[in-house]
Design a protein around this ligand. Structure first.
Ligand code: F6R
Length: 617
């Protein structure tokens, strides 16, 4: 939540800040703002609405400054107003600050500062911090010491309870930025004669691929000459660890697509190929994962797995649960990370914990990981964003390699998580009872996924036509059994988050225990009815809907027979192995939600109230 960027270099800062903000806008898009040091003074431009609105008023000011900071906001404290937009200035006008996170003790801080004569213009928690920095600056000896700026920020941060990724400007140090993090991501890009700090690689990737990921509790001081990294608490110098970002700016460009969500749906054959690349054994009977840091012997000792995640990633864990229990016969529990972190779940010594997250920054998931580690458990992470906090804090894990996901509604990251889950089931299964022959068949099925996804995507025009016919409905049910139940949940989530249509996912047989009351011609049902042993029972449930005049969009397998009058609409899936069915079945519901939202003219990539990476509680 909230995107931040800071620039120190030789170019005009405003252009770089605005371009970077556009790229991190998916992190929050209520309002945005920039501050630059222009002729020794802080100039601030901020505006509610999108970065585009900010650019319209900032560009004509033709700022020449080569140092500046920028922010795009997802409101936490204080409504969406120009005054609450970042950057915030200290009341003496010396400091400007941008902040991603929440300062929990800001009320007491603000009271203290008001007593000391500081004044406030906004309702935000952030303004308390910028004034606290100014307060410490006033107390620091003014002996021309270059560390005075850094020390004031550091001292103020020692009083903060909560989370932050911040970047600060000071009028007395015109070509410098101090930036720090605790609980919110911060990355330093080291370019040619320039440095950029940002909450997200995508904000700086057009300038440099050389990055240093800051750890929690670290502060970076950027000057014209370079940068220094140290700990906030003990002022200990930290040797920077340089990384190289493997993707390029073109990977995060829209190209010929109308929305990132559409692009990312259609990218799935390639993204999933990338998730699987190099991860099959030479004999073609199992999977292999370099990053798990556990031996086959360690894994054989595991008698229980706990998966923690949020939202769409949580749905992927429900599928993994079914596949691992079925193919590896290991009991699995799936927890909402936000609940797990507080409920003090008993884990035993042979339990292995997995956290699953696209961004690697979701605060609830991060805290679930920390809680499990605190109790002494090994925690593995399935993560898409390389170098993210969760990727670095986990004991081991599996990168998804699905490429940057920009659309707020997760699509390719979800199916890539499904692949990882399916591969884990195979790997763990082969360490136990699964035979060589079954393993070979399973691997073949996984390798066929990109082709199956292409076949499912080929139905896009048909699904678009259905979407047009159904877009005016205000309620939907999504029903499925077994591995189709999590996909029903995911379909309902996709639809509601981008189209604002109310939708609920249920196990199909649960319908008669309550949701059936919703059935009417006004509430269509998306019903997963793939061929298989459950098929007759699924048809019976559809009969129950039709008997109550409900409309049914049936997602089934090519060639399966549906009695006349049961399906108002039919979407076919190619026949496939059970382990890959959830992946293939996801495509129609992604397309259906996308086309309905597009038909309704919704802002598909930036749906209201949402943000891509939820770094607050
Ligand atoms: C929905 C969606 C969210 C995320 C959730 C977890 O489309 O994207 O539900 O899945 O916020 O995010 P990550 O995977 O980054 O931890």
């Amino acid at each position: 939540m909230c995107g931040i960027i800071g620039y120190v270099g030789k170019q005009r800062a405003v252009n770089i800040l605005l371009e970077g903000l556009k790229r991190v806008e998916y992190r929050g898009y209520d309002s945005s703002g920039i501050a630059v040091l222009e002729k020794g003074q802080l100039a601030v431009v901020k505006k509610t609405g999108r970065v585009e609105a900010l650019a319209k008023i900032a560009a004509p000011r033709k700022f020449r400054a080569t140092t500046g900071i920028g922010h795009t906001r997802w409101a936490t404290h204080g409504g969406v107003t120009d005054a609450n937009a970042h950057p915030h200035l200290s009341s003496d006008g010396k400091f400007a600050l941008i902040h991603n996170g929440v300062i929990e003790n800001y009320v007491g801080m603000k009271r203290f500062l008001i007593e000391k004569g500081f004044t406030f213009q906004s309702e935000t928690d952030t303004e308390a911090l910028v004034n606290l920095i100014a307060y410490h600056f006033q107390k620091e000896p003014a002996n021309g010491d270059r560390s005075r700026f850094l020390e004031s920020v550091r001292k103020a941060l020692l009083h903060v309870e909560g989370t932050y990724g911040i970047a600060v400007l000071c009028t007395d140090f015109p070509s410098e930025i101090v930036a720090a993090r605790k609980g919110s991501p911060l990355i330093l890009g080291v370019g040619d004669g320039e440095h950029i700090v940002a909450s997200d690689v995508s904000a700086l990737i057009s300038r440099t691929q050389n990055v240093v990921y800051l750890n929690d509790g670290e502060v970076v001081h950027i000057t014209e000459k370079g940068f220094s990294l140290s700990t906030i608490q003990d002022q200990e110098e930290v040797a920077p660890k340089f990384d190289r970002v493997s993707w390029k700016i073109e990977d995060a460009e829209l190209g010929a697509f109308a929305h990132f969500m559409e692009k990312e749906i259609f990218e799935q054959p390639v993204a999933l190929e990338n998730t699987m690349r190099g991860r099959f054994s030479d004999d073609g009977s199992t999977a292999k994962f370099g990053g798990l840091n556990l031996t086959a012997g360690d894994l054989r000792q595991i008698d229980r797995l706990v998966f923690c995640a949020c939202g769409t990633a949580w749905h992927s864990c429900l599928v993994a649960e079914q596949l691992i229990e079925r193919y590896a016969r290991i009991p699995v529990e799936v927890e909402y990370a936000s609940e797990f972190r507080y409920r003090n779940a008993p884990l035993d010594k042979n339990t292995l914990v997995f956290v699953v997250t696209q961004s690697g920054e979701t605060l609830d998931t991060l805290e679930a990981l920390r809680e499990a580690k605190r109790k002494g458990y090994k925690v593995m992470a399935v993560v898409n964003v390389v170098g993210s906090t969760i990727a670095r804090e986990a004991d081991g894990g599996i990168y998804q390699h699905a490429g940057p996901e920009v659309g707020v509604a997760s699509t390719k990251a979800f199916t890539s998580q499904l692949i990882v889950g399916a591969m884990l089931a195979l790997y763990l299964g082969r360490l136990r009872d699964m035979s060589y022959t079954d393993g070979v068949e399973y691997v073949k099925a996984l390798k066929h996924i990109p082709e199956l996804i292409k076949q499912a995507l080929a139905q896009a025009p048909h699904i678009k036509a259905i979407a047009k016919r159904y877009a005016h409905h205000r309620d939907f049910l999504f029903l499925g059994r077994q591995s189709m139940f999590p996909i029903a949940l995911e379909g309902a989530l996709k639809l509601k988050e981008i189209s604002y249509i109310h939708a609920e996912g249920y196990p199909a047989a649960e319908m008669k225990h309550g949701p059936i009351a919703l059935i009417s011609p006004e509430c269509p049902t998306v019903f997963f009815a793939p061929a298989g042993e459950m098929y007759p029972k699924l048809l019976s449930s559809i009969q129950e809907i039709k008997a109550r005049n409900g409309k049914v969009i049936v997602i089934t397998t090519t060639g399966s027979e549906i009695p006349d009058g049961l399906a108002d609409e039919r979407i076919d899936l190619p026949a496939c192995h059970d382990a890959v069915l959830p992946l293939v079945a996801t495509i129609p519901v992604q397309l259906l939600s996308y086309y309905i939202a597009a038909e309704l003219g919704r802002d598909v990539d930036k749906p209201r109230n949402l943000a891509k990476s939820v770094t607050v509680e």
